[in-house]
Design a protein around this ligand. Sequence first.
Ligand SMILES: *[C@@H]1O[C@H](CO)[C@@H](O)[C@H](O)[C@H]1NC(C)=O
Length: 268
Amino acid sequence: MLSTIASTLFLAAAAVAAPSTPRSEHAPAAPPAPLLDDFLPPVVPVNTRAANQELISSLLLAPTQQERVRLLNQPGDYVFDFNNRSIPGSESDGLGGFTVAANARTFPALIGNGGAMTLGFLGPCGMNTAHVHNRATEFNIVVKGRLVTNFVIENGLAPIANTLSLYQMTVFPQGAIHQEFNPDCEDAVFVAGFNNVDPGVEQVAQAFLNLNPAVVGATLGGVTTLNGKDIESFRQHIPENVAQGIDSCLKKCGIKRNNKRDDFFLSN
Ligand SMILES: *[C@@H]1O[C@H](CO)[C@@H](O)[C@H](O)[C@H]1NC(C)=O
């Protein structure tokens, strides 16, 4: 039986492959070979419904992937553009650089898919200050420059610190306090993947100092120079998430602290 099928297929293939009658001199010219562009999907406006509450609500209510996919019916729904810095809620800015986040709100196509991603652009000595992702483990890979990471996973464990070179990766377990900084005088870029569409982020210093001043004072135990009133004023002086880092780096790169860079973006 099998050999009958095989021989039938062989005969069919032979028939297809048989040379056709030679082309006459008056045969029409062969059509031009298709251009590569004919095969490429069109370039369309992308993620046009970023942060669109109506779409997001419908996606969250849809019980199945089938229904979610049918809702994502615009041509660019499955593309997120990290170049676009005006997607509401995607950017976190500071003196030392910025991060752009694709999550359930800024990129609705992620809903139901269990992951999110952030790109971090750190200027010379730029630091993503100590923070926690409440609901996700982070995988962080350096795609430009170098990155120094420090993290503490939980009470009783020693801190972990590394200097990552280009294309090296680290993992910050869910809930670990961690930070990254660029030790060089050129820009650095990292890609951070998360195993939750809504990883969440909480800056450690800011969050701590937002506790009741009496609690903060008591936690810092015996720091008599930092009373409740001082904490109020101190809190306002903590830099935004992406700060300008370590003094020795600023010195190496000849950067004056608080020199604001408005032109910061990596097109190269
Ligand atoms: C960037 O995102 C905003 C908000 O979603 C959108 O209105 C705008 O068209 C986008 N720009 C580009 C170039 O895609």
